[in-house]
Ligand binder design. Structure first.
Ligand SMILES: Nc1ncnc2c1ncn2[C@@H]1O[C@H](COP(=O)(O)OS(=O)(=O)O)[C@@H](OP(=O)(O)O)[C@H]1O
Length: 426
């Protein structure tokens, strides 16, 4: 056997193809095939007869750092610096933290879906994705600076820093609310969810800000990333970024939208079903089977469950920003009477009074309101308002019991209550 040296590098596929033309090449190809199948290696035979073995890179360890835990008393950001008074930082983890009952503990399983910090699968029309040949590795969260490079002219974009953020909760109507708010003459924002403070996909602060339109005259920019609320880390990073952009952090406002937690979990489940289908993953079990373990306990390790424990997540943000910086929207009511919620929000955000009933047009076919200014009414895509599956009485009751303590804590946190105990529209 020839001298072999093991190198960790990408396999040079072009060399491989060209060497398959010769007799020696064919031998090398066979050897390559065997080693690829059983040994995770490529072997290439060189012109001079020596062999070269390329070891295929093992997949990168998934964000070990994110598995650790933080308590809100001890939050350290990736660079170890501290942008928030009273908090030390480490991007080393997420608080799987205290739960309301001693038995139930929240576990946010960040490795469950998608890349990096993506808690939820991508949304959109149900169109199956082709299998990707090459996987792209975006920079890991641990390496992410969350600031701008020293020599970057951040002041060019600093005025675009959003003053309003829709931070959660996913599947409560955040997209419809965002599109509606962007119709207000004092507001404008990017078309897509940024997730800058949660996903680490955008390179740096300057790049993030450059994706915003300039704010309207006497107005502000707004962004919606409904996964921000699920961890205190985006709050810490956001605060640091605001300071770096020269923005008064107390002037920022955060919009949090709620919906019956059981219904929200079902809606989130449907998002997962759609994601699994689009990404050619195995089909998911029915909702009832998924959320309850065989001994009929709620599986609180599921994202679709713990994302409905609103008070738990909100409290973490309350530790970082003042309570008066939050505005709340009742997502159930936003479906049936968006006008009332929009007017209340206008007031909370200190915006000029703009929305009138004429801006809301009920679409009988879609069974949702569409929003209208001067143009044709704008309706949400078919990915919103999916038909919910049947959920058994037993599961509904168990979930309601599970969420009760969180709901009650939420009502006292925000001094407002919702009719979730008696209602269950799924
Ligand atoms: N006007 C209007 N049009 C369409 N859909 C509306 C509207 N208002 C609220 N909703 C509800 O929004 C739910 C989706 O929530 P999100 O937009 O927050 O989802 S996402 O997190 O951005 O994926 C979606 O949930 P599902 O019904 O479970 O699909 C809708 O019920």
């Amino acid at each position: 056997m020839h001298n072999q040296s093991c190198k960790t590098m990408e396999p040079p596929s072009l060399h491989l193809l060209s060497c398959c033309k010769t007799r020696r090449g064919i031998l090398a190809c066979l050897l390559t095939l065997l080693l690829t199948l059983f040994g995770g290696c490529f072997v290439l035979l060189r012109e001079d007869g020596t062999a070269m073995k390329y070891v295929m890179k093992p997949p990168e360890e998934p964000r070990d750092a994110l598995k650790l835990s933080i308590s809100t008393e001890n939050i350290t950001d990736t660079d170890g610096s501290n942008g928030v008074t009273g908090y030390n930082t480490t991007d080393a983890g997420i608080d799987t933290g205290p739960s309301l009952s001693s038995t139930a503990s929240l576990h946010v399983d960040y490795d469950r879906y998608g890349d990096q910090f993506e808690y939820f699968p991508p949304r959109g029309r149900v169109r199956r994705k082709k299998k990707r040949k090459h996987t792209h590795h975006s920079p890991t969260l641990v390496d992410h600076p969350w600031t701008s490079p020293k020599n970057d002219n951040i002041s060019m974009y600093a005025h675009r820093f959003p003053h309003y953020f829709i931070i959660g909760f996913a599947k409560t109507g955040t997209k419809a609310l965002y599109e509606l708010l962007k119709m207000h003459p004092q507001l404008d924002g990017p078309r897509r969810e940024m997730r800058y403070f949660s996903s680490g996909q955008i390179q740096n602060l300057t790049s993030y800000l450059s994706r915003f339109p300039p704010p309207p005259a006497q107005g502000y920019t707004i962004e919606k990333s409904p996964d921000y609320i699920l961890s205190p880390l985006p709050a810490v990073r956001l605060k640091k970024a605001a300071i770096e952009s020269g923005v008064e952090t107390s002037s920022l406002k955060f919009i949090v939208m709620f919906r019956n937690p059981v219904v929200r979990s079902v809606s989130d489940y449907l998002e997962m079903v759609s994601w699994s289908y689009m990404n050619r993953k195995p089909a998911l079990p029915p909702f009832d089977m998924m959320v309850l373990s065989p001994d009929s306990r709620v599986d609180d390790s599921l994202n679709i469950i713990n994302s409905s424990c609103y008070s738990y997540h909100l409290k973490q943000w309350f530790n970082i920003f003042g309570k008066d910086q939050f505005c709340f929207v009742n997502g159930d009511q936003f479906i049936t009477d968006p006008y009332t919620e929009a007017k209340a929000l206008e007031e909370c955000l200190h915006l000029n009074s703009f929305f009138t009933k004429k801006n809301f047009v009920f679409n009988k076919k879609r069974k949702f309101y569409c929003f209208k200014t001067s143009n044709a009414p704008m309706c949400m895509s078919g990915a919103k308002g999916r038909k919910h599956p049947f959920v058994s009485e037993e599961v509904v009751t168990t979930l309601k019991d599970y969420f009760r303590a969180y709901n009650e804590e939420l009502y006292s946190l925000i001094s407002r209550s919702f009719d979730w105990e008696s209602s269950m529209k799924s």
